[in-house]
Design a protein around this ligand. Structure first.
Ligand code: MN
Ligand code: MN
Length: 186
């Protein structure tokens, strides 16, 4: 990834003293195939200032649940991100950290597409494919139950301005993105 020399490079210590975790986008535990893969998850470009309970409970529980699906023979595609400005960590509300150089997001979201292990994945995704989407407040008062924050991919697209699952034909996107998961959540 090209880095402009004028861009500030965020340091781990920039997160100190604000009450937010260095929240991984891609979890360390999802990249344990090699030391290099795992180390890459600790790059600061994989971090967001995340309320500790959101990071360590809500999101961690979904990540653990997702790994249990993989252990049970599924493969998953996980997409995540954040948007908005202003969150409440363990020391209160902040809009930025690192002296204004890092925005504290207002919302943290994840989308998980679940498929039986196999090949030609795009062509196997149908209206019946399980797609879990959550959109959580970056607030330490968040519930630890990720299932409470389920929503549709369309709602995340509308809020974030992104087009997710864009490799799928539009007809399939329209079907899987409109629904909200009602499956088990632990
Ligand atoms: Mn859509
Ligand atoms: Mn889309």
């Amino acid at each position: 990834m090209p880095v402009r020399s004028s861009w500030y490079q965020v340091k781990p210590s920039d997160y100190s003293g604000y009450g937010f975790d260095r929240g991984h986008h891609c979890p360390s535990a999802d990249r344990n195939g090699s030391v290099a893969d795992n180390s890459a998850t600790f790059l600061m470009s994989n971090m967001m200032p995340q309320a500790p309970n959101n990071n360590q409970q809500t999101c961690a529980n979904l990540e653990e649940y997702t790994r249990s699906l993989v252990d049970a023979g599924q493969e998953v595609y996980v997409i995540c991100g954040s948007y908005g400005k202003g969150g409440t960590g363990s020391m209160g509300y902040q809009t930025t950290i690192a002296g204004g150089k890092v925005t504290v997001p207002a919302r943290c979201w994840k989308v998980v597409v679940v498929l039986p292990t196999g090949s030609n994945d795009v062509s196997r995704i149908t209206a019946n494919t399980r797609v879990i989407a959550i959109n959580t407040p970056n607030d330490n008062a968040v519930s630890s139950s990720w299932g409470n924050y389920r929503t549709s991919v369309d709602a995340i697209e509308a809020a974030s301005g992104l087009d997710l699952l864009s490799a799928l034909p539009l007809s399939v996107q329209n079907m899987v993105e409109a629904k909200t998961d009602t499956g088990p959540s632990n």
